[in-house]
Design a protein around this ligand. Structure first.
Ligand code: KIV
Ligand code: ZN
Length: 512
């Protein structure tokens, strides 16, 4: 059985996609989840892109121990210095250098000749190698490059010390057969290629990223680059969960496997969606709400008789919690901890304390607490951890007055460090008036860019999850999420959470 390496770029290529930006604490939490998931390599960011990127790559390098941690770098000394500085404390550091090799990129973007590109690859891979043993070289737009030239680029990279050669389908243009042929061609025509890993990095512009990656694996690729939920530039990257489950379910066909603990797939997908506020489409393969639902009578009948009639995987294999009644008002902390552990969540004592307090509050309002309710509480625990040092705010109480033919008013009370603030505002609805009251009391000037509400579970006492997208005066977007059985409260919590992220990042608005 061939072992295929999983290179996760959720925190780099994925985070580049609109609406998917994460703050430092969120990136670290996501990286730790990726480690639990069992990915081989985490691409933690693009260190040169900003001081924040460099800091988050550094923090991830320190936070994870079993995975290799990579930082992206263009083929320049400045980029490589920044990448090395960010990953050097990792147990297994990697520098990932890239340079475009297609004629169109070389002529219009780089304004470099083929000879200059070959020389730059040699020099910069060797420069990166002077710091780090593990070097990945990517030929950007490889799938639209001249194959013979591409083979020379990779030979130069190997000669200069690259240990992984990545073949990106940067613009999602390729087809599975073409990727298969390209990988076969490179295996036959690049000297030294048998000694290094061959990686593929496919974008999903034509909806073929997963198929292209799998075809490359068939042709001999030993590493797949992918993201959780397939997030990424434009139409995204190949989705990790789809690749891994295709290879696992069709082991008979691919003759390969990965190190992924598939029972952590659903949790990883949910965590990312909760952090970014980007929902998972119900029909999304593997992790969508309908991925394991059988609606038609004929299918239900078949599944009851023998699950394999219509199920090629089972939901427990990807870690989907069973949505049965689990705990109630009288359950203690120990029972909660055991239930969470059985669902795969291990919390620190402090985290458990916080989740237990919120569990009790929820149990007062909601009779039946299901696996999905508990999962939502755990995934939202970050939102309730107030970082006093950054001056973040906490909702103390709220009173909303709303009705037909009368003004909608909101009274909101917040705590910011040791200061309690309150204000009242009139708005076009309960949510609008609440947000206006918060803006006024904090003196913030943010633009509301998106707002959505979803029920986490079924039933009339379902928990509502609100997602709020705000844009700070400097143009930086922030996503806040909030949870409550009361949808107005969920909305206020989401708004405060978004503002707290802005405060953490910029210090704006100041306390005075
Ligand atoms: O899509 C791409 O080509 C990339 C490279 C930097 C690997 O993301
Ligand atoms: Zn990419």
């Amino acid at each position: 059985m061939r072992q295929i390496k999983v290179f996760d770029t959720t925190l780099r290529d994925g985070e580049q996609s609109p609406g998917c930006s994460m703050n430092l604490a969120e990136k670290i939490e996501m990286a730790k989840q990726l480690e639990k998931l069992g990915v081989d390599i985490i691409e933690a960011g693009f260190a040169i892109a900003s001081p924040m990127d460099r800091k988050s790559v550094q923090a991830i390098a320190a936070a994870v121990s079993s995975c290799t941690v990579a930082s992206l770098a263009r083929c320049t000394k400045g980029d490589i210095d920044a990448a090395w500085d960010a990953v050097k404390e990792a147990n297994h550091p990697r520098i990932h250098v890239f340079l475009a090799t297609s004629d169109i990129h070389m002529e219009y973007k780089l304004q470099m000749t083929r000879e200059q590109v070959l020389q730059r690859i040699r020099e910069m891979v060797a420069y990166a190698k002077s710091f780090c043993e593990d070097i990945e070289f990517s030929a950007e737009d490889a799938s639209r490059s001249d194959w013979a030239f591409l083979a020379r680029c990779y030979e130069n990279a190997i000669a200069a010390g690259a240990t992984t050669l990545n073949v990106p389908d940067t613009v999602g243009y390729s087809t599975p057969q073409e990727m298969r042929d390209l990988i076969s061609y490179l295996r036959e025509n690049v000297k030294g290629i048998a000694e290094v890993d061959i990686s593929v990095h496919c974008h999903n512009d034509l909806g073929m990223a997963v198929a292209n990656t799998l075809a490359s694996v068939q042709a001999g690729a030993t590493q797949m680059e992918c993201t959780i939920n397939g997030i990424g530039e434009r139409a995204g990257n190949a989705s990790l969960e789809e690749l891994v489950m295709a290879i696992r379910t069709r082991r008979d066909y691919y003759g390969a496997d990965t190190n992924i603990n598939t029972r952590q797939i659903y949790r990883s997908s949910k965590l990312l969606s909760t952090i970014t506020g980007v929902p998972i489409a119900p029909s999304k393969a593997i992790v969508g709400a309908n991925a394991f639902a059988h609606e038609s009578g004929i299918h239900q009948h078949g599944v009851i008789a023998n699950a394999q009639t219509y199920e090629i995987m089972n939901s427990a294999e990807v870690g989907i919690p069973q949505n049965t009644l689990v705990l109630g008002k009288h359950s203690g902390k120990h029972a909660l901890q055991e239930k969470l552990a059985s669902m795969g969540y291990e919390l620190s004592e402090e985290e458990l304390e916080g989740v237990f307090t919120r569990f009790k509050a929820m149990a007062d309002r909601k009779k039946n607490i299901t696996g999905s309710d508990l999962e939502a509480l755990v995934l939202h625990r970050r939102n309730n951890k107030i970082n006093v040092q950054t001056g973040a705010c906490q909702l103390v109480s709220h009173v909303i007055n709303t009705g037909d033919g009368m003004p909608n008013t909101a009274y909101i009370k917040l705590q910011r460090e040791d200061v309690t603030m309150e204000d009242v505002a009139i708005g076009s609805g309960p949510v609008d008036s609440s947000f206006k009251a918060i803006n006024r009391m904090l003196g913030v000037d943010v633009r509301l860019d998106g707002f959505s509400l979803n029920a986490v579970t079924d039933g009339e006492d379902a928990i509502g999850e609100a997602v709020v997208k705000i844009v700070a005066p400097d143009g930086e977007p922030y996503t806040g999420t909030g949870l409550s059985t009361d949808i107005i409260e969920a909305s206020i919590r989401a708004y405060v959470n978004g503002i707290n992220k802005m405060i953490e990042n910029t210090g704006y608005p100041t306390k005075e």
